[in-house]
Structures are given as structure tokens and as C-alpha cells.
Design a binder for this molecule. Structure first.
Ligand code: BGP
Length: 492
């Protein structure tokens, strides 16, 4: 066979999130969000991921006192708020037909608790979705992607608070009603499992605000509130708009046993199950039995109505991010450690490692596709996959990112082999990202993911000028093959 076949109607795209690219943090009525309080701190970054996995009230105070945006990456992003027409034009020229982004809650409800939405915020997304439609690009939209109005953290109890859950549902219904004819794919919550790893960016939870409570209980209660909100939104969409689909979205990091010791295999199954628990709830419609004792011990408030709502309003597809893999062992003492998406694991000697210590594993993507499809028999959607790397701009304005091309080539090849041989159903593939953007975990731009380079450094210095990387031209060539991709192009 000379070709890899791509299913009809396959969604080829790029992905981003509002808080990592838009900037304009205080323009046109936008309120301050939790992401606006996150900043690159070289020392903390060296020490690990603590900087955004959790935050303290005093760090928030400090952030609020600082009115400048330069040192706060997520405040200025890459100025997508102003430059989106040119960015989308460039991206459309690659041949993409899909664009995943999120709507910033704090642009629509600056404090989260207003009675009426901010019209200027809605107008921005109107223009953005019109621009995408102009090029026949399908938007896929996330409603909660590591961004919420800060007021809901400081004057309410963030996602632990039932009032906040209702504010989110209200925000969701307003944007769904406004954009229902332009957006046909919605994801209520990005990486819904991530609340366990980073309760601050996923749910606005700050440990020192709950000193009289068991913080684990707070996290699990907030998790339940997110499931109820997602099910309510799914119900609303299914009852109101027959042509719109809703996705569950989880983080997929492949976790292998360190060796064939059965105790290590058991550990890997247990850890993988921790993230599958989240899609189980949204796809199968009930809490898996392995989670029930924990919810009982923590006295999580779950009503009969909640359970009924979750069971009757399941998602239509399973979206997931995939970047890398780790190993695990029942006893990790003395084993070399490796990093992954805001977690750590045991180093895998068979795999190369990225500039940020994540191990590159295209076959792991194929295993995840098989696992998820065998588990649910529902359409899958890869909504994030990419390489964060240091890039350099040459004097003549070029970026020779052959390492990124290699990463994309190998992952896309495994994906197409899986479609062909493993009997999986896959809706699409969105590479992360589009232009370079501010990293979710470290708030750096130097951890570059884009097809398009942005002239900016980790401290906010630069011209914001765009340059097309070699990977941009590679992706364009890939998409020019349409439904038959030449083997030579992907095999190398
Ligand atoms: C995912 C998030 C994204 C993103 C990506 C890469 O978990 O959904 O927002 O940024 O990971 O992570 P990072 O930016 O920390 O390298």
C-alpha cells in the first residue's frame, strides 16, 4: 500500500485556549481571571511545577497589586485578541478545517456574578467565529479552560460553591444560545480530571482559603460540581439543538509498568484508571465503583437528582490531550524520575525526552486510542498533541524546527495506522497549538508549541511579530494530500 487513508470528513486542525493567547486582559470590559495571576518565575520553574499547580492567597494579592501586564504572560498572551484575523488567515492557508479554542468566562461575565453578560465580550467571539467560518473552519469550543473570574475565587468558594456552579451554567447557556449556529462542537470542561492534579487552575481552589476543611474533600466536592454542571449543559444542548455535539475531555498520559513485575503492571492499571474514571462518568453516566468508597468517606454531597442528571446526559464523543508517557512501579525508590503533563513518573529508557523533560512516545498515542475505544465504543477526538520546545529564529526569519516535524509526523502516522488497523473511530486531530502561546504550567512562551513563531520572550519583551516555522509548511503539505497521505511522506 502506498497511502495512509484518512476518513471522510476528518477534522484536521489546531488547538489553543483563550487565556494562553488572547491577551487584552483588561480591555473591553474583561474582568481579572485566575490566569491573569499566573506568572513565569524562573526559580519556581526550576523547582518543578508548583507555580501553577497551586497558589496561595498572598500570591494572588501580589498579582492583583501589579497593574502591569508585561511580566504576566497570560495577561498579554500573544495578542491574539487584536491579531486574530491575520493569524487565522495564515492558519487557513495550511488547509485546516477545524480550530479548537475556548471562550474566556471573564470576558463574558467579568466578575462571574453579574446579571447581564458583557456585550463587548460576546462581540469578540462573534467576530472570531465569523472569521473562522469565512474560511470554512469549524470551531470546537471549550467553556472552561483554566480560566475563571477571580471574583468567584475571592468572594465565593470557587468550584466548591454551588452558586459558582450555577453562574457557570448561566454563562454556558448564554454563549451556546448566542453561537449555536456557528459552533457545533462544545467541550464543557478541559481535562476534567486535572482538578486532582492542579485544583487552582482547574477550579480556582486555594488551599489556605479552606484551612478549617479537609482540602481533599473540597477538591472532590468541586469535582462533583463540575460533573453536574457538564451534565446540565449537555442536557440543555441535547434538548435545544439537535445538530450540536458535546464532548467529554480528559488528559491522557500513557503510564507503563516499569518492568514485567506484576505489581508494577497493577500499579499502571490503577493509575490509568484514575483518569479513565472521569470519562467513565461522562460517557457511562455513573461513578465507577472504585471511586464510590472515597466519595463516601469524604462525605461528598451527591443527591439522587445529581446522579439521575449525570446518568441521563452523557457526552457524544471523547476528546483527549496526549503529549507523552511515563512508567510507574509499586516501589519507585531509587528509580530515575521523568516529567509529564503536570505530573511525574519513572523514566523510560526506550524513549527520547523533550527540552522540558517530557518523554516522546508516538506508540503510546496508539495504545491510548485502542484503550479508549475498547472502553467506550464512542467516537474519539485528539484535541491536543504537540511538542513544547526551544526554537530559534535565524537572521533571515526562519525557524528550522525539524524536531517538531518529527514529533508530529510520528504521532500522526501512529494515529493513521490505528485508524486503519485497530478498528477505532476517530473524529479528528488538532495539534497544539497554532501560534506559540503562553505555557499553561510554567507561563513561559519559550516553551514553544506553535506552527507560527511569535517574537516574544518569557519576560514580555519582543515585537509580537509572526514568522512561519518549517513545521507550518510541513503541516500544509500534509493537509494537501487530503484523504490519501503518501507513505513516503510519513514513513521517512
Ligand atoms: C494541556 C492543557 C493546555 C496546554 C498543554 C501543554 O494540559 O490543556 O492548556 O498548555 O497541556 O502544557 P504546557 O503549556 O504546560 O506545556
Amino acid at each position: 500500500m502506498k497511502y495512509y487513508h484518512v476518513p471522510q470528513g476528518f477534522k484536521w486542525g489546531v488547538a489553543t485556549a483563550a487565556n494562553q493567547v488572547e491577551g487584552a486582559w483588561n480591555e473591553d470590559g474583561k474582568g481579572i481571571s485566575i490566569a491573569d495571576c499566573e506568572r513565569y518565575d524562573p526559580e519556581k520553574a526550576r523547582a518543578g511545577y508548583r507555580a501553577v499547580n497551586s497558589m496561595t492567597s498572598s500570591e494572588i494579592k501580589l498579582a492583583m497589586a501589579e497593574k502591569d501586564s508585561k511580566r504576566w504572560g497570560k495577561r498579554h498572551g500573544v495578542d491574539f485578541y487584536h491579531q486574530y484575523p491575520e493569524d487565522i488567515k495564515k492558519l487557513a492557508a495550511t488547509g485546516i478545517n477545524t480550530f479548537r479554542t475556548s471562550i474566556a468566562w471573564s470576558r463574558i461575565f467579568p466578575n462571574g456574578d453579574e446579571s447581564k453578560p458583557n456585550e463587548k465580550g460576546l462581540e469578540f467571539y462573534d467576530k472570531l467565529f465569523n472569521e473562522l467560518r469565512k474560511y470554512n473552519i469549524e470551531p470546537v469550543v471549550t467553556l472552561s479552560h483554566y480560566e475563571m473570574p477571580l471574583n468567584l475565587v475571592l468572594n465565593y468558594d470557587a468550584w466548591y460553591d454551588l452558586r459558582v456552579r450555577e453562574f457557570f451554567i448561566k454563562f454556558a447557556k448564554i454563549v451556546i444560545d448566542r453561537f449555536h449556529d456557528k459552533v457545533k462542537y462544545w467541550i464543557p470542561i478541559n481535562e476534567i480530571d486535572s482538578i486532582l492534579r492542579h485544583p487552582f487552575s482547574s477550579a480556582g481552589l486555594i488551599r489556605d482559603r479552606f484551612i478549617n476543611e479537609n482540602f481533599e474533600k473540597v477538591i472532590y466536592q468541586a469535582m462533583h460540581n463540575q460533573f453536574v454542571a457538564a451534565a446540565t449543559i449537555t442536557k440543555y444542548i441535547h434538548e435545544t439543538y439537535s445538530d450540536i455535539q458535546v464532548g467529554s475531555m480528559i488528559t491522557s498520559t500513557m503510564i507503563y509498568p516499569y518492568n514485567s513485575d506484576p505489581r508494577n503492571s497493577l500499579k499502571s492499571v490503577q493509575l490509568m484508571r484514575e483518569s479513565y474514571n472521569f470519562s467513565d462518568i461522562q460517557i457511562r453516566g455513573k461513578y465507577p465503583l472504585n471511586l464510590v468508597p472515597k466519595l463516601k468517606n469524604l462525605h461528598i454531597e451527591i443527591s439522587k437528582e445529581d446522579l439521575d442528571l449525570i446518568s441521563k446526559n452523557t457526552a457524544d464523543f471523547i476528546a483527549f490531550s496526549y503529549y507523552s508517557s511515563v512508567c510507574t512501579a509499586f516501589d519507585t525508590k531509587g528509580l530515575k524520575v521523568t516529567k509529564a503533563n503536570r505530573m511525574e513518573g519513572v523514566y523510560n529508557k526506550y524513549l527520547p525526552t523533550s527540552d522540558w523533560g517530557w518523554q516522546i512516545d508516538p506508540v503510546g498515542l496508539r495504545i491510548i486510542l485502542i484503550n479508549l475505544y475498547d472502553r467506550y465504543q464512542k467516537p474519539l477526538f485528539i484535541v491536543e498533541n504537540g511538542l513544547g520546545a526551544k526554537d530559534s529564529l535565524t537572521a533571515s526569519g526562519k525557524i528550522h524546527d525539524d524536531y517538531r516535524i518529527d514529533y508530529l509526523r510520528q504521532h500522526i502516522k501512529q494515529m493513521l495506522v490505528s485508524i486503519q488497523n485497530d478498528g477505532i473511530e476517530l473524529m479528528g486531530y488538532c495539534m497544539w497549538g497554532m501560534t506559540d502561546m503562553i505555557s499553561a504550567s510554567t507561563s513561559q512562551i519559550s516553551k514553544r508549541y506553535g506552527l507560527i513563531y511569535v517574537d516574544l520572550d518569557d519576560f514580555g519583551d519582543g515585537t509580537y511579530k509572526r514568522y512561519l516555522k518549517d513545521s507550518y509548511f510541513w503541516y500544509q503539505k500534509l493537509l494537501s494530500f487530503k484523504n490519501k497521505i503518501s507513505k513516503d511522506f510519513l514513513d521517512k
